[in-house]
Design a binder for this molecule. Sequence first.
Ligand SMILES: *Cc1c(COP(=O)(O)O)cnc(C)c1O
Length: 370
Amino acid sequence: MKEEIDYKITVNKPFLPPIQEYKKIIEKVWETKWLTNDGPLHEKFKEKVKEYLKVDNALLYVNGHSALEIAIKYFDLEGEVITTPFTYASTTHAITNNDLTPVFCDIKKDTLNIDPSKIENLISEETSAIIPVHVFGTPCDVSKIREIANEYDLKVIYDAAHTFGVELNGKGIGTFGDISMFSLHATKIFHSIEGGILTFENDEFEKELKLMKEFGLEDSDAVVPGLNAKMNEFQAAMGLLNLRYIDEIIDKREKLVNKYKDHIDEIDGIDHLCPKKKYKRNYHYFPVLIKDGYALTRDDLYSKLEDFNIHTRKYFHPLTSDFSCYNFKDYELNNANSISNNVLVLPLYYDLKLKEVNYICEMIDRLNEE
Ligand SMILES: *Cc1c(COP(=O)(O)O)cnc(C)c1O
């Protein structure tokens, strides 16, 4: 072994701008005493977000999950929604919290996203929408999903939590689907401490989607049933500052991912899951797949890496269709099950060092030889 690392390598670490910059921008809040409700920082951040994401409309929310619940609620959907079980808890809870029944569709082994060729079989009289996720920042097959949605008159709401800055065919990823939700949580590639964005091309959605984060109130009358899900000035300040660094963050991650790929390509029985398709990426996650040819199972590799101070994540395991708070019926989810049982997300964040990537891969290689 070349170098020992005697501290813990976490799977993620939030990016923070220089504290002086944050203090400077926050001082204005003390002058104006405007803390929340469409403050000046919020308004400025919203404009910058629209520009960066290349979308016509964007609204800011206190977090991604509330934004997603609002997006679903906006369409007054009923019955069933076709979605993926290979996602974070948020996607499925947002569906059930809107009194809708998730119908789980299997995923594709290469993109880990919902398999459009399996959607039509799941459509029934009850189906009202498709809620796919661009998992780990890889775009779904947006044109196939649009085709199906048009044919059956279904809404499409993308959980785009992982795709800040991703572009497909030169278009912002938030322009596909009726509404897309981005998460700006501290662990995401770009964050505002907590935060969420809804993007949509149809200008008519704006008024109500905004009211819905403000208790649905117009003057003192509630015109839609709403939530309290407003982004405050402290969040907007963090978002504005982080936007100055986002391109640098993505460049740094690209270098780390390329280093990981070189190493993983050399190790038998383990594949990286980097998409082959061309599009503008954000390098949000580095998932690998542990195959039969590797000496350990995924769970054993996970535990052994913990012993070496390397924290990884079984992301996403279990599938949300197996959550114990629900009693969902069985669906045919062969790919989702097999990926969920064999996937491991390796550490990746702005501050990660190339030598740490080397160390992590050396350990994975060594464990294969023991
Ligand atoms: C992070 C995340 C969310 C929720 O976003 P928050 O901003 O944390 O509320 C939703 N879906 C997916 C896939 C996520 O990773």
